[in-house]
Design a protein around this ligand. Structure first.
Ligand code: SF4
Ligand code: SF4
Ligand code: SF4
Length: 210
C-alpha cells in the first residue's frame, strides 16, 4: 500500500465558488445537491482523505491532525485489497434492528462495517473528547472551497465532487412547523445524552469561522 504525504496547507486558490444551497429562480425554488462519488476500485487506502478532513475541522482550521475526528473513514481489508471510504451520516440514537451485510469479492463483512451512522454500538464518527456525533458537512465554509477537502486530497481520483440543481416543492406552513419540531426533538435528544455544556460547546465550535 502506497502512503502519500499530505502537506498541511490551505486548499488551492478558489477559482469558482460553490453556489449557495438554495436558489430562487422566478417562482421556482431549486436547491443545489452536492454529491461525492466514490469509486472504490480507485481507492488505494492511503487515508489522505481522513487526514484532510480532520485538519479542516480542527480549531483553528489546519492546526492539527487527528483522524479520530475525521468525518470520513476508510474501511480497509488489505488482504483482499478492498478499501471503502465512508462519510459520516446521521446520528443514530440506538442500535438499529435492520442491518446490512455486504459481501465483497467473496468475503462477508460484519454488520455495521459500512454503516455511516454515529451509533452507540461503536466508536466510529464520535468526537474523541466529548463523544458527540460527527457528521459530514460537505466542508461548508466561508469563503467556500472549490471542492470538499477529502476530494481535494484524493490524488487517486477515488473521490469526485459533483453538483446538480434540483427543483424543490414549496413547503406548506404546517410542514415547516413539523421540521422545526423534528429539529427540536433531535437537539433535546443530544442534550439528554451528552449534557447541555458539551452540546453548546460543539455548536459554538462549529459556528466559529476560520
Ligand atoms: S478515498 Fe482517496 S484519499 Fe481516501 S484512502 Fe482512498 S485513495 Fe486515499
Ligand atoms: S452502526 Fe449502523 S447498522 Fe450498526 S447498529 Fe448502528 S445504525 Fe445499525
Ligand atoms: S466532505 Fe468535508 S466534512 Fe465531509 S468527509 Fe469530506 S472532508 Fe470531511
Amino acid at each position: 500500500m502506497k502512503l502519500l504525504p499530505l502537506t498541511m496547507q490551505e486548499p488551492r486558490k478558489i477559482r469558482t465558488k460553490r453556489r449557495s444551497a438554495i436558489v430562487d429562480t422566478n417562482e421556482k425554488k431549486t436547491r443545489i445537491v452536492k454529491e461525492i462519488k466514490v469509486d472504490t476500485k480507485k481507492c488505494a487506502g492511503c487515508r489522505a482523505c481522513e487526514i484532510a478532513c480532520s485538519a479542516f475541522h480542527a480549531t483553528p482550521k489546519y492546526s492539527s491532525v487527528n483522524t479520530a475526528r475525521s468525518r470520513i473513514m476508510v474501511v480497509m481489508d488489505e488482504v483482499k485489497d478492498v478499501f471503502v471510504p465512508i462519510r459520516a451520516g446521521d446520528y443514530a440514537q440506538a442500535e438499529c434492528n435492520g442491518r446490512n451485510k455486504y459481501v465483497l469479492d467473496g468475503k462477508e463483512y460484519e454488520e455495521c462495517t459500512f454503516c455511516p451512522a454515529s451509533c452507540p454500538s461503536r466508536d466510529a464518527f464520535k468526537e474523541p473528547d466529548s463523544g458527540l456525533p460527527l457528521k459530514c458537512d460537505m466542508c461548508e465554509s466561508d469563503p467556500p472551497l472549490e471542492k470538499p477537502m477529502c476530494v481535494e486530497a484524493c490524488t487517486f481520483g477515488a473521490l469526485t465532487y459533483e453538483e446538480r440543481e434540483e427543483e424543490i416543492p414549496v413547503s406548506k406552513p404546517e410542514e415547516t412547523q413539523e421540521k422545526r419540531g423534528e429539529m427540536k426533538i433531535g437537539l433535546e435528544m443530544l442534550i439528554k445524552k451528552y449534557g447541555f455544556r458539551n452540546v453548546a460547546d460543539t455548536v459554538a465550535r462549529m459556528g466559529k469561522k476560520g
